[in-house]
Each structure stands twice: as C-alpha cells, then as structure tokens.
Write a protein that binds this ligand. Sequence first.
Ligand SMILES: NC(=O)c1ccc[n+]([C@@H]2O[C@H](COP(=O)([O-])OP(=O)(O)OC[C@H]3O[C@@H](n4cnc5c(N)ncnc54)[C@H](O)[C@@H]3O)[C@@H](O)[C@H]2O)c1
Length: 271
Amino acid sequence: METALIGCGAIGNVLARGIAEKIVDATLEVVYDNNHEKALSLLEFFQIKPKVAKDINEILESEVDLVIEAASIEAVKQYGPRILRSGKNLMAMSVGAFADVSFASEMEKLARENKVKIYLPSGAIGGLDALKSAAAGKIYKVTLRTTKPPKALENAPYLKEKNISLKDLKEKKLVFQGNALQAIRGFPANVNTAVAVSLAGIGAEKTTVEIVADPQSTRNIHEISAEGEFGKLYFKVENLPSPENPRTSLLAAFSAIATLKSITKPMVIGT
Ligand SMILES: NC(=O)c1ccc[n+]([C@@H]2O[C@H](COP(=O)([O-])OP(=O)(O)OC[C@H]3O[C@@H](n4cnc5c(N)ncnc54)[C@H](O)[C@@H]3O)[C@@H](O)[C@H]2O)c1
C-alpha cells in the first residue's frame, strides 16, 4: 500500500520509522508538514526517500491509496474532505475532529460517495475492541476516568471557568464529572480519548467522563468501565509519554502502526 503522511512530529516520526524498517507492508511516498524542516527530518530514516510536498495539493494529486494524518484537529477539518473527494482513504490520528457531529456525518457521507474509508485508530486508549463488540447489543453505561498530573490539566478552560487551582494539590482530586460533550469543551486536551470512547460505545452525550488530578501520578492513566447486556468490562492503561512530545503517549504512535498493519494484512485480529 502506498501512503502519504501529513504531520511529521511525535507520531509521524514513530510511524515513518516503522514504515522505513518494513514492519508494515506499506511505503511512504509523500510527506507534508507546514513546518518544512520537520518533514525534511523524516527523510533520514529512508534509503528511497519520500517526496517532501510543498503543499497539500501534491498529496491530493499523488497516486497514494491512504493519507495518514498525524498533525492537528485543524488539519483533519481543513484537508479531510478534500482527501476523501480525491478518492483516497484517510487515517486520522486527531480523532477529536469528529467531536463535531455535523463534520463527522459530512465525512461519512463523502467516504461513502467516494467509496473510500476513514480509519480512526485507538490512539492513547485501549479496550475499544470489546466496547465495539458490546455496542452490538445494549450498553447501559460507559465511564471514562482519566487521571493526570496537575500540570497536564493546568490550562483547561473548565478549571479557569470554575476558578479551580491545582497548584498546591497534595492529594488526588476529582476535578470534573459530566458527559463526554461537556468534557471535550472543558478539557480540549482530552478530546481524542473521549471522542474515541464515545464513537466506539454509546455516543458523547451518554458517555460519562471523570477527570482526576493526581500530584503523585507521573503517567496519564485512562480507565474505561462499561456495563451492558454482555456483562461488564474494565480496561486500564498507564501511558508513558513519547520521547518527542510529552503530551503524546507512546501508545498513540504505536496505534498508528498497528492500524496500518491491520489495513494491509490479509488477516485482521480484533473487532
Ligand atoms: N488519538 C489519540 O489518542 C491521540 C494521541 C496523541 C495525539 N493525538 C493527536 O495526533 C496529532 C499529532 O500528534 P503529535 O504528538 O505527533 O503532534 P506533534 O505536535 O508532535 O506533531 C504534529 C506535526 O504536525 C504539523 N502540523 C500541525 N498542523 C498542521 C497542518 N494544518 N498542516 C500541516 N502540518 C501540520 C506540526 O507542524 C507538527 O510538526 C495531534 O492532533 C494530537 O492531538 C491523538
């Protein structure tokens, strides 16, 4: 499979290295980043160098089968519809773009019309395979509990609005409880995981999100619990940051590689 990459930061680096080391059955033909230096820095991994695009049109006009976005929510909104219209599949790491329901349904419509697919990797979270299976029956309740060090939550609009300071926090504190829609607005840095859980399960309005600030925690911890016709599930991940970007979990970059593997392999594991 021939691919193109938009965004050559933390996730882009891990993914490009994976392709260069041939751990996936794909080639990287074109790379693009609005910071040209970042795109150039990926070339060192490759013997046969990908083309560095000057703008998005060079990707749209290329022959690639799949465009991988690892850039930003704005990039998905800006380029996503044009990628699908150009007849290319899209893998979007900035899953948060799909919190906008009208954008999400427009993208689904475009994918259907152009006979292409949109892949949204699990990213920093896990357990979505079981949650998707559970959603084939009735689900009564889904809760996503995210625990982060206070520093990682510091500039959240919700905390400013409610005048909550985490500066001298000595013990764990539940700082937010609400549905995923409210969580996305109040804590935009958690948007990717909240949207992924909502899309896999019962939607943002019905998904409960709890956000905990823990001064003892050095990891970003995500716990999913769900109850339904199937029984109960509980999943927990304690994420370490990626070396390039402390805000991005290494697992998110690995999930880009795993998704690419499942697209290109003849046998697919998991729901
Ligand atoms: N799904 C998940 O769980 C999950 C987890 C971590 C990160 N993410 C998302 O994946 C994306 C990439 O993460 P990262 O850690 O690699 O980020 P990063 O900041 O390390 O790298 C992003 C790169 O994209 C480039 N870029 C940004 N907007 C662009 C645009 N409009 N056009 C072209 N280039 C653009 C930047 O210059 C930068 O080099 C982010 O949106 C992040 O929120 C998702």
